[in-house]
Each structure stands twice: as C-alpha cells, then as structure tokens.
Design a protein around this ligand. Structure first.
Ligand code: HEC
Ligand code: HEC
Length: 224
C-alpha cells in the first residue's frame, strides 16, 4: 500500500521549479500575444491599440518568484514598456514596441531559452510576404535569432512592391522612397554585428515606415 501512496503523492507533487516553469510559460504566451498584437497594430497605423497592448503587458509584470538574473531582465522589459502613452504618435509607439521586443530577447539570452519553432514558409502575395518578413525580423529580436533576422531580411528584399499591386500610387516619389526606406531599415536590423540598440531602433522605424506607406496609398492590413 505504501509504495502506491508514495507514487500518487509524487505524481501530484510538483517541485517549485516545475511550478515556476509553468507560470513562466503561461506568462510567455501572454507576452507574445500582447507584443505581436502591438506590432501588427503599428503596421496597420493604429497607435492607440498598440498602446493598449503594451499597457496590458506592463500591468501584468512582474512574474513572481523569478530567479535574480531573470528578475533583472524583466525589470528592463518594464522600463522599455514604460514610455507607452495613450495619445503618443505612431513613431514613438513603434519605438516602444521595438525596444520591448529587444528586451524580451535579452532575457531569453540570459535564460538560455530557445523559443523559436520553424515558421510557415512565406506566402505568395507581396504584401503578405512583407508581413511575414516583419514577423521574422521581430522574432529575430525577441528570440534572439540571427537566422530569423536573415530570413526576414531576405524575404523583404526579394519581394519588390509591384506597380500592379500599388496601382497609380506606385509611381509617386513618396511611395518609391518609402519602399527604399523599408529595405534599408530591414538591412540595418538584420546586418550581422549591428548593436542591439541600433537594431531595435531600426525595427521601430521599419514598422512606422510600413504604416506610412499604408497611409500614403490607402492600403495596408484591415484595422483590428
Ligand atoms: C524575465 C525573463 C523573460 C522575459 C522578460 C521574457 N521572457 Fe519569454 N521566456 C522566458 C523563459 C525563461 C522562457 C522558457 C520558459 C518555458 O520553457 O516555458 C521563455 C519562453 C518564451 C516563449 C516560448 C513559449 C513557451 O511556452 O515555451 C515565447 C513565445 C516567449 N518567451 C515570448 C516572450 C516575449 C514576446 C517577451 C517580451 C514581451 C518575453 N518572452 C519576455 C523568459 C523571459
Ligand atoms: C510602398 C508602400 C508600402 C510599403 C512600404 C508597405 N506596404 Fe503593405 N501595403 C501597401 C498597399 C498599397 C497595400 C494594399 C494592397 C495590397 O494588399 O497589395 C498593402 C497591404 C498590406 C497588408 C495587407 C495584405 C492583405 O492581403 O491583407 C499587409 C499585411 C501589409 N501591407 C504589410 C506590410 C508590412 C509589414 C510592411 C513593412 C515591412 C509593408 N506592408 C510595407 C503598401 C505598402
């Protein structure tokens, strides 16, 4: 009888480490959901929704019982999120999203976490490829992962914005310049050896530039 009781007890009992891991995992899904939603809102030109997502995440920090080094990394995430302000413009909010994403990456690096699964292959249409590329670049910051950064950059430069898809707007100098700027910024995010702060800054500008072209052309993702 005793062995059976012991076995049952072991099955029900979880070590503090296991519990902590479970808690961290639950929280990570939420972290991921909030920051990726903020990223997509910026690309769609919706700074207010992005601020809501960032504030929601900030209100959920800190995760209790983190080991000291991770608690420190989490504090810098809190600091990165702090400048999110309702009423702030798109560029400023994009910079907060990018900075927070890089702060996610700092903790994953400190914790030695491998968080990436292989992404679905890039979709066929140009704009969905841009979205896919922006997601890979983001993951490159969050994971952090040089491979994801390179995949994002390659998908962006290999996918020109075809005049057919942009209609008349494609020939306007403003739109041509915005497209060139997207490629330039993506290159800066992905280039090997770019310092982490410069990467985050370029990624923030990249998201704001996607949004600027959507505003200029009347295109872009449907608002959430
Ligand atoms: C304080 C440290 C810390 C911060 C900050 C942090 N993470 Fe994590 N993250 C972890 C740890 C530890 C794991 C591994 C936990 C596990 O295995 O479930 C992890 C795993 C993940 C995973 C894999 C999920 C899973 O269930 O395995 C994702 C996705 C993720 N983090 C996203 C994020 C995003 C997005 C942010 C920034 C908003 C972020 N994390 C910030 C520590 C952190
Ligand atoms: C040169 C202008 C321009 C730039 C730069 C630009 N877009 Fe777009 N985008 C458009 C236009 C126009 C549309 C609507 C037409 C279309 O869907 O092809 C669009 C549509 C989209 C859509 C909706 C596609 C769909 O089928 O629902 C997404 C998502 C998108 N863009 C993401 C991005 C991302 C991410 C970036 C930045 C990396 C970006 N775009 C940069 C002009 C641009």
């Amino acid at each position: 009888m005793l062995p059976l009781l012991l076995l049952t007890a072991c099955w029900m009992w979880k070590s503090p480490d296991e519990l902590r891991e479970q808690e961290v995992r639950m929280d990570m899904e939420d972290h991921y959901a909030q920051v990726s939603a903020a990223r997509d809102a910026i690309i769609a030109g919706d700074a207010a929704t992005a601020v809501d997502n960032l504030e929601t995440l900030r209100a959920r920090l800190p995760v209790p019982q983190l080991p000291e080094d991770l608690a420190r990394a989490e504090k810098s995430l809190g600091k990165a999120l702090a400048p999110a302000r309702s009423g702030a413009d798109l560029t400023a909010t994009a910079a907060v999203v990018a900075d927070a994403s890089a702060a996610c990456g700092d903790c994953h690096q400190a914790a030695g976490v491998q968080m990436l699964q292989d992404p679905a292959p890039p979709p066929a249409t140009a704009m969905l490829r841009h979205q896919w590329a922006a997601e890979r670049l983001w993951e490159g910051l969050v994971a952090p992962s040089e491979d994801a950064l390179r995949a994002g950059w390659e998908a962006l430069v290999e996918t020109p914005m075809l005049p057919a898809e942009l209609g008349e707007a494609a020939s306007s100098p403003e739109v041509v310049a915005l497209e060139a700027r997207v490629h330039q910024l993506a290159g800066r995010v992905a280039a090997h050896g770019t310092p982490r702060a410069a990467r985050a800054e370029a990624y923030g500008e990249l998201m704001a530039t996607c949004a600027a072209c959507h505003a200029a052309t009347g295109g872009g993702p449907a608002q959430p």
